[in-house]
Ligand binder design. Structure first.
Ligand code: UDP
Length: 329
């Protein structure tokens, strides 16, 4: 298929581009390079520097490249930043997707696989989380994604030939197994990359945000899904999409690890002591988030191959050891 990957120079998008190419698809990687990295784009992809707001240019590119499906990863994704700057999040994530949909409509592209998030559930009613659970985001980031899901439903209802899948990610982690791609965020706030930076001596220590949660060891529990598994799921979903489909799936491994367990794993994998301190809770962090992943397993036969945390952390470590400066030369 001819696939346009929006956000193809970002952390997850760049892995998707690589895997799509490995599976024989023709890929156009579109990115405004605001937070993406040009060197992360696979050399066999056609790179297009473009912003989601450029509806006309997007639509021309979709037509010119004869795109069959859009995988849409292009988004701002910091919860804290979304609280401080909500308009940027609604503008980029929500209005940006409307622009992309307009471009798809104008060029006759009828399939979208959309990066959604477990943040659409907000504080979960119960765990593991099933897709039908109440959607009640607790920050603008989550709302910006949930609005898009709703827009996709409305758009699909009005255009029966259109098909989409919204994939609700839990905690995406790890890096390409061959060490060629990985996480390079500025600022870096996610737990596993922060631990890797401490192990490398690039940060003094990690602060554990809260040790008084109602969990067995007092720290938050999350579902860490490997980025390559996640991208495989996108390809499985893309291949399954039929006109009129409106699908949504959780993407996780279906079990949780606590912050202390991740810290211990990072120490085992790196063979280094990781200095840490215990600090207050981070606002907006629910105690436990992990996915029920039966829906995608039953419907598409997908499940994560990486289920052991050390194996996930080992791929992150390989990337950070090889690329301590990220994509900077
Ligand atoms: N966390 C932490 N210290 C850090 C970064 C994260 O204790 O420096 C915790 C955070 O409170 C959460 C878990 O690690 O419980 C995963 O956080 P991350 O920011 O990686 O992902 P999120 O769950 O926010 O998407």
């Amino acid at each position: 298929m001819n696939v346009l990957v929006a956000g193809g120079a970002g952390y997850i998008g760049s892995h998707a581009v690589k895997q799509l190419i490995a599976e024989g698809h023709r890929v156009v990687a579109a990115d405004n390079l605001y937070r993406g990295h040009a060197p992360a784009v696979h050399p066999k992809a056609t790179f297009l520097k473009i912003d989601l707001a450029e509806t006309t240019a997007l639509s021309e590119a979709l037509r010119r490249e004869k795109i069959d499906c859009v995988m849409h990863f292009a988004a701002l994704a910091y919860v804290g930043e979304s609280v401080a700057e909500p308009l940027r999040y609604y503008d980029n994530n929500t209005a940006g997707t409307i622009s992309l949909l307009k471009a798809m409509r104008a060029s006759g592209v009828r399939r979208m696989v959309f990066s959604s998030t477990a943040a659409v559930y907000g504080e979960p009613e119960s765990t593991p989380i099933v897709e039908t659970q109440r959607r009640q985001p607790i920050n603008p980031y989550g709302w910006s994604k949930w609005f898009v899901e709703q827009i996709l439903h409305d758009y699909a209802a009005a255009h029966p030939e259109f098909a989409f899948a919204a994939l609700r990610y839990f905690n995406v982690a790890g890096a390409a197994a061959d060490g060629s791609l990985g996480e390079d965020h500025d600022p870096e706030t996610h737990l596993i990359p922060v631990l890797m930076q401490v192990a490398l001596g690039r940060r003094e220590k990690v602060t554990v945000f809260g040790a008084d949660y109602p969990t067995p060891d007092g720290t938050c529990i999350r579902d860490y899904v490997h980025v390559e598994d996640l991208c495989n799921a996108h390809i499985a979903v893309m291949n399954a999409l039929q006109p009129g489909d409106t699908r949504c799936y959780n993407l996780g491994i279906g079990r949780g690890y606590s912050v202390r367990e991740i810290l211990a794993s990072a120490e085992r994998v790196t063979g280094r002591a990781i200095p840490h301190e215990f600090g207050p809770r981070r606002p907006g962090d629910p105690a436990v988030l992990f996915a029920n992943v039966e829906k995608i397993r039953n419907e598409l036969g997908w499940s994560a191959r990486f289920t052991e945390i050390d194996a996930i952390v080992a791929t992150a470590w390989k990337w950070f050891e090889k690329h301590p400066e990220g994509y900077r030369p």
